[in-house]
Each structure stands twice: as structure tokens, then as C-alpha cells.
Design a protein around this ligand. Structure first.
Ligand SMILES: Nc1ncnc2c1ncn2[C@@H]1O[C@H](COP(=O)(O)OP(=O)(O)OP(=O)(O)O)[C@@H](O)[C@H]1O
Length: 244
């Protein structure tokens, strides 16, 4: 390589020979390896029980791997502990499959809380919360308690919370599982908007219509193993990416 040629930037997510076991004998993930570069949109697919949520939980450091190495947003996850995990949380937004909202707090507070840890000004936080709620068709729910929302509404609030800080990486686990077509389009539009601003997206879904025809990278899990990585679904009618 010529001396003045720059090295490519390192991947923002690197998973090397990762396995996850649950007692007594469940091998939820087996010897998984892949890398995702900055700015990519990657879909993680596979049938129910294939290991999608487990992999997302390892990448977001909700759980620890049994074997292997994970490097996310420049952090070697094996070196993170309760004292420095917040450094990862600032860079990685997570929309959980089970939402993890504070049921007795308002919609606005649930979203704002994730921004307050970044020491944003109150006015900045309020503007961002209102804008996200409008984009996700939830403006009228601003003051409602999260526990009083429908599942589809809760899902969109959890997505608003995950993206509120403009994360470098967004991990979204079945982000449209409870949504109708219109709200699915709104969520995907928000995701693509973030991606245009540089955010790397990893989206776990078993809904092929989310990625069919887009030519994006697909990572497919089957029985805890990665199969058919880097396949792109170039067939079918191509939806216009990011348009609601
Ligand atoms: N805490 C746990 N203890 C024991 N087994 C677990 C645990 N969490 C997950 N598993 C098992 O690991 C496997 C993968 O589960 P996982 O939730 O990752 O699948 P998934 O692909 O996300 O499924 P779905 O699409 O239904 O959400 C399953 O067999 C599941 O029963």
C-alpha cells in the first residue's frame, strides 16, 4: 500500500467469534462474526427464537457474551463495567423489543430523561421531544402516562427515546412489530433521516417487507448461527427508502 494512502476507518460494530449459552444447555448464539461500518444500514433477520434479541442484547451490553469479542463504538465491551457503561450508552441508542418505558412517567418525561443525562438545556430537550412526537404521530400524547398508551404507541415512544440523543449507532429490535403501515412508514422514515445524518443502523426484524428490494445488507440468523450474511434482497418492488 502506498505510504500516503489512508487506512479505512475501523468498523463501528465488530463481533468476533461470539457465543452465548444459557443454563442448563441453551446455545442461543454460536460462533458469530461480522463487522458493520459507519453509516451502514444492516437488517438482522431470522425466525422466532433464532437469536436476534440475544445478539442485540450483547451488542448493547445488556448482557455479557459467553465467548468471543465485541467492539462497539470504539469500546471493547469486555472492559466496560457499571462505572463506565454510560460512555457506551451516550453513543448507542437502543429501542428494545419490550420497550422498557417508565410506566408512571409521562411520554415527554420518558424521552426527556434520556437527554438529561447528556446535560442538554431544557429548551433544547423540549423542542426535540415535540419534534420527535410530531414525526411519530404522537403529539397529542405528550402529557399522558406511558403506562396508559397502546402497545403501538409505547413502541413509538421507546423509539423516540432511543433516537433523542442523535446516537452514533441505533440498535432497534423489532421496531415495527406493533405498528400499522402508516406508523411503520413514519418510523422507517425517521431511521433513514438519522442514517443520512451519519447514524449507523442495526435493525432486527422478521418482517421482510421492511428491507425487501432495498439492496441493503442482511444478516440472517438460523438456530443461533449466522447464515447468508451479506446477502441483499434486490428482488420485488423497490419501495422508496425513507418516504412515509
Ligand atoms: N434468559 C434466557 N434463558 C434461557 N434461554 C434464553 C434466554 N434468552 C433467550 N433464550 C433462548 O435463546 C434462544 C434465542 O432467543 P432470542 O430471544 O434471542 O430469539 P429471537 O430471534 O429474538 O426471537 P423472537 O423473534 O421471537 O424475538 C431461544 O431459544 C430462547 O429460548
Amino acid at each position: 500500500m502506498p505510504m500516503n494512502q489512508e487506512l479505512p476507518p475501523p468498523p463501528v460494530i465488530e463481533v468476533i467469534k461470539v457465543s452465548k449459552f444459557y443454563p442448563p444447555d441453551v446455545e442461543a448464539l454460536s460462533d458469530i462474526s461480522f463487522a458493520i461500518n459507519k453509516g451502514e444500514i444492516v437488517y438482522l433477520t431470522g425466525m422466532s427464537g433464532a437469536g436476534k434479541t440475544t445478539l442485540m442484547r450483547l451488542i448493547s451490553r445488556m448482557e455479557k457474551e459467553s465467548k468471543g469479542l465485541l467492539d462497539v463504538a470504539g469500546f471493547d465491551l469486555s472492559k466496560l463495567n457499571h462505572k463506565n457503561i454510560h460512555l457506551l450508552r451516550r453513543k448507542v441508542g437502543v429501542a428494545y423489543q419490550d420497550f422498557k418505558l417508565l410506566a408512571d412517567k409521562s411520554v415527554a418525561d420518558n424521552i426527556a430523561l434520556s437527554m438529561e443525562v447528556m446535560y442538554e438545556k431544557k429548551s433544547v430537550i423540549e423542542e426535540r421531544v415535540r419534534s420527535l412526537l410530531e414525526q411519530l404521530n404522537l403529539s397529542r400524547k405528550y402529557d399522558m402516562l406511558a403506562g396508559e398508551l397502546s402497545r403501538g404507541e409505547q413502541q413509538r415512544v421507546s423509539i423516540a427515546r432511543a433516537v433523542a440523543n442523535n446516537p452514533e449507532i441505533l440498535l432497534a429490535d423489532e421496531p415495527t412489530g406493533n405498528l400499522d403501515a402508516e406508523n411503520t412508514a413514519r418510523v422507517m422514515s425517521l431511521f433513514y433521516q438519522l442514517n443520512r445524518q451519519g447514524c449507523t443502523l442495526l435493525i432486527a426484524t422478521h418482517d421482510k417487507s421492511l428491507y425487501r428490494g432495498l439492496g441493503r445488507r442482511i444478516l440472517e440468523l438460523r438456530g443461533g448461527r449466522l447464515v447468508g450474511s451479506d446477502t441483499s434482497f434486490a428482488t420485488g418492488a423497490a419501495p422508496v427508502e425513507g418516504q412515509a
